[in-house]
Design a protein around this ligand. Structure first.
Ligand code: NAP
Length: 446
């Protein structure tokens, strides 16, 4: 892959990139099928991604007609890589086996190793015969919605496709590698004012937060809405807060340390709750929730913004969902895309139906939503929330940081990019947006 890197750094034309022979193997972060039992009997927090994620050479797969090879300059850690690396709730090899049964091209994915990673920035180096809109040399970012566009269920909203998958989680050949294989309809233009690692960290979380809050498929946030954002400096929350502010809403951000309170204030969020300092105990024991604690959170929100939140941006799951349903305003919406702290959820249904609240499910984003969310990044209207950067060799450590909530925003991973700060093609736009805004999380995490 060195020849590709040299050509990319020299800004070689696409024809030159297309003429460089592909290697037989490439460097990738993988989990191994014969290790899925390695953590058996251990509690989640003792399952260590540093033991299960390996960086090794893997064979280059064949390219399907609707796909492209992308030389990956940088990638990022998402929570799904944490799930894959601790084999919870299920080993992801089951997904690969199912995909393997779908078609000749699907069969490529069913391997004894799983290349993980659901974000990437890089350069297209080959395209399949059916690819129309992209060519070698294009500088791109990748979104993770992997759909079979020949299935009728994929048309209207691709997230409703019967065989919708997340690339690098439910498919193989993910982004934490020097090379990736993606469908042409996963490719988007790289925001020109960002470095490779700043560009790589956005697509998954930014698009997810966009769909949850903006447009017809989520909570349909409008100007003046008060939005409670859990984990407001985390991967999803760091973008959600920006969407609420951009859309004329009033974010109430929940975080868990004074440093994160400060970061959130610097991001422009005035109403902030430190959940650790407040010491909420929504569960008095493993089986019982305490309505008085829900009420206390509700009071705290009202004391900050004078009303109940019309939208609750939910993802912690079991620990917070009871409280989220309770504090949500009459007629409001709890929009949820995850359950980090446990997926068997309990809430008091009386508070839902008597006050005509809605629980709205959301999952990643369709191509159009991902494209629109990426366009906002490219215009400098939404900022990357990159806080730390690791080399590919240390993917396990980077995933460990996310697993244990030791990070803020997003953790980037350098793949082919030899160092940080490369790949900025539009310094004028960067200066206009402002270095301070673009690097807010990075300076904080440094
Ligand atoms: P993240 O970067 O780890 O951020 C999550 C934040 O949630 C943390 O910063 C933490 O903030 C907060 N949090 C964690 N445990 C909590 C608890 N028990 N109670 C309250 N807050 C808690 O992760 P992320 O990237 O935002 O992802 C969050 C979840 O969404 C993960 O489960 C991920 O798999 C899922 N996800 C789903 C989709 C989808 O398409 N469905 C897309 C992206 C992510 P504080 O400690 O500061 O409060």
């Amino acid at each position: 892959m060195r020849a590709f890197l040299e050509a990319i750094e020299a800004r070689a034309p696409g024809e030159e990139l297309a003429a460089i022979p592909l290697p037989d193997t490439y460097r990738a972060a993988v989990v191994l099928k014969d290790e899925v039992g390695m953590f058996e009997g251990r509690p989640s927090e003792q399952k260590d991604p540093r033991q299960s994620l390996h960086v090794q050479e893997v064979p280059v797969p064949e390219l399907a007609p609707d796909e492209a090879y992308v030389a990956v300059m940088a990638s990022a850690i998402n929570f799904n890589t944490v799930w894959t690396s601790i084999f919870e709730p299920l080993p992801t090899f089951g997904f690969l086996e199912r995909l393997g049964k779908e078609s000749r091209w699907g069969a490529r994915h069913n391997l004894p190793h799983h290349v993980v990673g659901s974000d990437a920035s890089g350069v297209v180096v080959r395209v399949g015969s059916a690819v129309r809109n992209w060519k070698p040399g294009d500088r791109v970012v990748i979104h993770c919605n992997y759909v079979d566009d020949q299935d009728p269920s994929a048309h209207d909203d691709a997230m409703l496709a019967a065989n919708q998958r997340i690339w690098g989680f439910e498919s193989n050949f993910g982004g934490l590698a020097d090379l990736t294989v993606v469908k042409a309809n996963q490719i988007m233009p790289k925001p020109a004012h960002l470095s490779w690692e700043e560009a790589a960290c956005n697509a998954l979380c930014n698009s997810t937060s966009y769909r949850m809050l903006v447009g017809r498929n989520g909570a349909r946030m409008k100007q003046g809405d008060t939005v409670l954002v859990w984990g407001a400096t985390g991967g999803l929350g760091g973008y959600a807060v920006q969407y609420v502010l951009n859309g004329g809403g009033i974010p109430v951000g929940v975080v868990s340390s004074p440093e994160k309170v400060k970061l959130l204030e610097d991001l422009g969020c005035e109403a902030v709750i430190d959940r650790k300092a407040a010491g909420y105990r929504f569960w008095s024991d493993e089986h019982t929730q305490d309505e008085r604690e829900w009420r206390r959170l509700g009071k705290d929100i009202r004391s900050l913004v004078g009303e109940d939140p019309g939208i609750v941006f939910e993802h912690p799951g079991r620990q917070t969902m009871g409280a989220s349903v309770f504090v949500c305003a009459r007629g409001g919406t709890v929009v949820t895309c995850a359950a980090t702290s446990g997926y068997m959820i309990e809430y008091d249904n009386r508070h839902l139906w008597m006050k005509l609240k809605t629980i709205k499910a959301s999952h990643f984003a369709n191509y159009r939503e991902a494209w629109e969310a990426n366009a906002l990044i490219a215009r400098g209207m939404i900022q990357p929330i990159l806080s730390a950067v690791y080399p590919l060799e240390q993917t396990g450590e980077a995933a460990y940081q996310v697993h244990h909530n030791l990070h803020e925003g997003k953790i980037g991973v350098l793949c082919l990019a030899p160092r940080e700060g490369l790949g900025i093609d539009d310094p004028e736009l960067r200066a206009k947006v402002g270095e301070d805004r673009i690097t807010l999380f990075r300076r904080h995490g440094a």
